[in-house]
Design a protein. Structure first.
Length: 286
């Protein structure tokens, strides 16, 4: 992805916000994007304050989670107002299937309204984010491509690209097929793109670059998060074992458009973890 220079002369407020010496220089990093799930506890307590804090430390684009007919209890218009005040842009949003765990805003219930609301926010992508444990069966996998394509047709009408986000379980054989390969083979490359979670690829012992080369142009979104040596748990980008240089070298063949920093769990305050990831990325040309 071509990243614009945006951090030159960045000055944070005097209210104790952290500043890295790296940010005083012009670096090829911006605008950084983040999966909002990383700071979910803070968002639940103070939505606008959390968004402002993300913006202050350099994260200007968002991927959302938890849409249920509202955005954290706000209507689309109310949430858009908050985004405008904090200077943030929504690029993408995560949604579950609704096949077994029912709920509004899922692929199976209230999808048209979800598309309408994300369109109002100016989102470019909507993503099937996760399969519940009781949805990871051969029966569910076999009907999943049709649901993904139906969802993708609805988003396409609104000018939004649909995608599927992986974990590690899609690489475990189900029946006589590998679910991830089955999804790729049985969905349209136009209607259903893929969001590559680099941590979960590594956790499953899979090489994302091999998939990029086999299915060029199909991976416009990535989750950039790292794996701690030994324990295999989540850690800040640059503090783990994943070779991001090698993976980002394949970004053109992957068709990369946006990548999101995410850390599902952190030993530190999540905002501190995001600062550490930011400082590592400031030294890169991703």
């Amino acid at each position: 992805m071509e990243r614009r220079k945006f951090l030159q002369g960045l000055t944070l407020t005097a209210a104790g916000l952290y500043t890295s010496p790296l940010l005083a220089k012009s670096v090829n990093i911006g605008p950084l994007a983040v999966q909002l799930y990383t700071v979910r506890d803070a968002v639940a307590k103070d939505l606008e304050g959390s968004l402002s804090k993300l913006a202050a430390i350099g994260y200007k684009q968002l991927e959302l989670f938890g849409y249920n007919g509202t955005f954290f209890g706000k209507t689309a218009k109310e949430f858009k107002t908050i985004l405008d005040r904090t200077g943030l842009k929504v690029v993408s949003s995560h949604h579950t299937t609704g096949l077994e765990v029912k709920g509004k805003g899922t692929l199976s219930d209230g999808w048209d309204k979800a598309v309408e609301d994300l369109h109002l926010l100016g989102a470019e992508f909507m993503v099937c984010s996760y399969l519940q444990p009781n949805e990871r069966t051969t029966k569910h996998y076999e009907i999943l491509p049709a649901l993904l394509e139906k969802s993708g047709m609805a988003t396409k009408k609104a000018g939004i690209q649909f995608a599927y986000h992986n974990h590690d379980f899609e690489f475990q054989k189900s029946g006589d097929f590998i679910p991830y390969d089955f999804i790729l083979k049985n969905t349209s490359a136009d209607l259903v793109k893929m969001e590559s979670d680099l941590y979960w690829f590594a956790k499953a012992g899979q090489d994302p670059v091999a998939y990029f080369e086999k299915h060029p142009g199909r991976f416009p979104l990535w989750h950039v998060k790292d794996m701690e040596a030994g324990s295999g748990i989540f850690t800040e980008v640059g503090n783990g074992t994943i070779n991001f240089d090698r993976i980002f070298a394949a970004r053109k063949i992957a068709g990369l458009k946006y990548w999101f920093v995410e850390q599902d769990q952190s030993k530190l305050d999540p905002f501190e973890s995001l600062k550490i990831s930011r400082d590592y990325l400031a030294k890169k040309n991703f």
